[in-house]
Design a protein around this ligand. Structure first.
Ligand SMILES: Cc1cc2nc3c(=O)[nH]c(=O)nc-3n(C[C@H](O)[C@H](O)[C@H](O)COP(=O)(O)OP(=O)(O)OC[C@H]3O[C@@H](n4cnc5c(N)ncnc54)[C@H](O)[C@@H]3O)c2cc1C
Length: 427
């Protein structure tokens, strides 16, 4: 019987452990925390958006980095497969807006409990408080002649723990996660293991992360949350993102679901550069409709000052900012406002533009963009092309997606495939 060690008891690691055990291997999962699934616990604001019901084509459209690499893993264990897995494991699921899937209970702890139960059922040994320090390897040259098959290639022999204990294994699956929210245990160790094994790690960048913004008027609106707005992000005059939904002003810039999604495209395409973020505060109205709406508000308040007539149109925190940006004197009586001034005001409402100067750091990032270079990993197995018996799964790989359950699906699919293959591989 093959012995598989899984490093990391997060989403990918637990799924890899179940996959390997079901395929007949003896599995030990090593987790440095006091419990498994610490990051899964905080997903989906504690409710765990564990996958998405969208069709295959749409699924891959939501993957930001290396969607094609995921084909085999996804088809081996797709979103339907994962929903079936959790339902059978006693975690009932429900679908919400945008195909997002959550446990019926709205508790991420039920997702973790289901995984823990499955691991126990399949006989996986889980070692908590166990930190892996090193992946142990040997050269094939020890076995074969230098010019023989596999010459120069290395293979895995086990792992060394932080207390110096060495554990032997036929295969090791690295499922140590990314670098974001390090307090959950994802401290980036897997990248070092990969580099020590000769792998390339593509630049690590925080993604699904709030933006920092240059304009100070933006910070004046901190705490203000906007629903049903559309945003457009342009870098070097090129549109890189367009979306509709919710956003939030903060003390450093902007955040909220719409901004997090925009950030992943920004990080992918123009990380470090300045970009223009334009908000349309009234996307449901045509230009004519908005003009009529303004005229009505002005007509109803003919003799009032401009600063006192925007109440029904904009949130109160935003009014002083829009008034300033419009260039119209706040004291001006509305019946004196010219057509040109009204057009300028409409422009501010339709195209409220701010300068993105960058992103917040890993501590506030939902995922890490970059990671172990997928060209060095076999997509049909998740095994390293450089080292026999070494597998990678989950966020440690250069894979990431927008919000909606796609990042966890990446972890489940790659984890399960790695586990199955590591267990089945012939000696
Ligand atoms: C706030 C937040 C909300 C999120 N919400 C969602 C959501 O709703 N839906 C979604 O799809 N995605 C969500 N994500 C992203 C998702 O959680 C991750 O993409 C996913 O957990 C990655 O799984 P993983 O197994 O690769 O890594 P992780 O879940 O991070 O697990 C890695 C594990 O490895 C362990 N480890 C690391 N190094 C070592 C070592 N040397 N020795 C032993 N153990 C080690 C860590 O302690 C950790 O338990 C969210 C992320 C955050 C931060």
């Amino acid at each position: 019987m093959r012995h598989i060690i899984v490093v990391g008891g997060g989403a990918a690691g637990m799924m890899a452990a179940v996959g390997a055990a079901r395929a007949g291997a003896a599995v030990t999962l090593l987790e440095q925390n006091e419990k498994t699934g610490k990051k899964v616990f905080i997903t989906g604001k504690g409710r765990c958006n564990l996958t998405n019901t969208c069709g295959q084509e749409e699924f891959f459209e939501h993957i930001i980095s290396n969607p094609k690499f995921l084909y085999s893993a996804f088809f081996n264990m797709d979103n339907r497969g994962i929903m079936d897995f959790f339902e059978k494991a006693g975690c009932r699921l429900k679908e919400e807006r945008g195909g997002r899937v959550f446990p019926v209970s709205d508790h991420s702890s039920d997702v973790i409990a289901a995984l823990n139960r499955q691991m126990e059922k399949e006989g996986v040994k889980v070692w908590l408080h166990t930190r892996v320090k090193k992946v142990l390897t040997r050269g094939m040259a020890d076995l074969w002649q230098e010019e023989g098959p596999g010459a120069g290639k290395k293979y895995v022999t086990g792992v060394e723990l932080s207390d110096g204990t060495r554990l032997k294994a036929d295969a090791v699956i690295i499922a140590t996660g990314g670098k974001s929210y390090a307090a959950t245990g994802s401290t980036g160790d897997g990248y070092l293991f990969a580099e020590n094994a000769g792998h390339t790690v593509k630049e690590l960048k925080p993604a699904l992360v709030p933006f920092t913004v240059k304009e100070s008027w933006c910070m004046e609106m901190q705490g203000l949350s906007l629903k049903n707005v559309s945003v457009q992000l342009k870098c070097n005059k090129k549109k890189i993102y367009e979306g509709f939904g919710e956003m939030l002003f903060t003390h450093f810039g902007v955040s909220g679901p719409l901004i997090l999604s925009a950030s992943s495209y920004y990080v992918k395409k123009c990380y470090g550069a300045q970009a223009d973020l334009t908000i349309d505060l009234k996307p449901a109205l045509t230009a004519e409709q908005l003009d009529k709406r303004l005229l009505r508000a002005f007509d109803e308040n003919k003799n009032r000052q401009f600063k006192n007539v925007l109440d029904g149109l904009l949130p109160s925190k935003m009014i002083p900012v829009i008034i300033r940006l419009s260039g119209i004197s706040p004291e001006k009586r509305v019946n004196e406002i010219t057509r040109q001034e009204r057009n300028d005001l409409s422009g501010c409402i339709r195209r409220l533009t701010m300068t993105v100067t960058g992103t917040r750091g890993f501590q506030e990032a939902i995922v890490t963009q970059g990671g172990v270079h997928v060209k060095e990993i076999d997509p049909s197995t998740m095994e390293s092309r450089l080292m026999d018996g070494l597998y990678f799964a989950g966020e440690v790989l250069d894979l990431d997606a927008v919000t909606g359950g796609f990042n966890l699906q990446i972890a489940w699919s790659t984890g399960y495939l790695a586990g199955e293959d590591a267990a089945k591989k012939r000696e």
